[in-house]
Design a protein around this ligand. Structure first.
Ligand code: ADP
Length: 163
């Protein structure tokens, strides 16, 4: 069985992430969307909420599993019998960082491959940072994030703010 992992901060999950994981699920038998819990990094949403929201978004797609982990992605991949890492690419600016990370992971775990999926044009400008910025300013992000994520953000961050 070919199992892949799509790791990321997903703080929060966007339509761009959803598109990448859906497309991956058509290529692999199983895809684990794994939230990286990095205690040193400040985030808008705690790891368990990020994970729960992803679970709500992908619940209709049976071969997508949702998990979270701390530490190195290569260690997570070894422990979970993962053959491949999925990453999304939006622009040349993503490529530089992603290439370095893929090469480092290859040194640490040579059997693990990294596969990049190009973003769909309509999602190429969407990032979690942009969504967070809009949320902090009380704006509407419904066109950038899946429904359950939008509902959560509206309930917890936007309600009560004046636009
Ligand atoms: P990171 O893992 O660097 O914290 P994210 O959690 O935002 O970044 O994203 C996880 C993965 O999804 C990365 O490979 C990133 O390039 C990719 N990604 C982010 N936004 C999009 C998008 N709009 N379209 C396609 N891929 C994306």
């Amino acid at each position: 069985m070919a199992r892949a992992v799509y790791p990321g901060s997903f703080d929060p999950m966007t339509n761009g992430h959803f598109d990448i994981v859906k497309r991956s699920s058509k290529i692999f038998d199983e895809v684990i969307m794994a939230v990286v819990a990095n205690p040193g990094k400040s985030s808008l949403l705690p790891t368990d909420i990020r994970t729960e929201l992803i679970r709500a978004v992908v619940k209709e797609i049976p071969n997508i599993k949702v998990d979270s982990f701390q530490g190195l992605t290569v260690d997570y991949a070894k422990q979970n019998d993962v053959a491949c890492l999925i990453r999304g690419l939006r622009a040349i600016s993503d490529f530089e960082g992603e290439l370095g990370m893929a090469q480092t992971n290859k040194q640490l775990f040579p059997e693990l491959e990294t596969i990049f999926l190009m973003t769909k044009a309509e999602y190429s400008f969407i990032s979690s940072s942009m969504v967070k910025e809009i949320v902090r300013l009380g704006g509407d992000v419904s066109m950038f994030v899946p429904g359950p994520v939008n509902d959560y953000l509206k309930a917890h961050f936007i309600r009560g703010t004046t636009a």
